[in-house]
Design a protein around this ligand. Structure first.
Ligand SMILES: [Zn+2]
Length: 115
């Protein structure tokens, strides 16, 4: 239940933000950026978040999840590509000398609330 732990983390951060910004009366939307390397299932994350926030001020919050694909770069032919699988193989030349760029992002982009 990897998504439950993530949902809890997000909730803790948002709770902190609400405490710091007294002008926020109600949070409407939370924008998240999650790289594919984290293998988060958006539906599972939304479900767990809703479960955690049941009967709290965050109950009706919409989670906007932006997934960032994992980008690979071949060290042999120097082409970049989106990694569709966990096989670290260049689709152009078949080299396994592939570096990973991006896909490990994980942050809250914004918290949108009513003032
Ligand atoms: Zn290559």
């Amino acid at each position: 239940m990897h998504e439950l732990a993530i949902a809890k983390n997000i909730k803790d951060i948002v709770d902190e933000e609400i405490k710091r910004h007294e002008e926020i009366k109600k949070v409407e939307r939370i924008k998240l950026v999650i790289g594919s390397l984290h293998a988060v299932v958006p539906e599972a994350l939304r479900f767990n978040f809703k479960l955690l926030c049941n009967d709290t001020a965050l109950e009706d919050v919409v989670l906007d999840i932006k997934e960032i694909p994992v980008e690979g770069k071949c060290n042999n032919c120097e082409k970049s590509f989106i990694m569709e699988s966990h096989l670290y193989i260049c689709p152009f030349c078949g080299s396994m000398k592939v570096s990973i760029n991006g896909g490990d992002e994980f942050f809250i982009e914004s918290i949108i609330g009513e003032e």
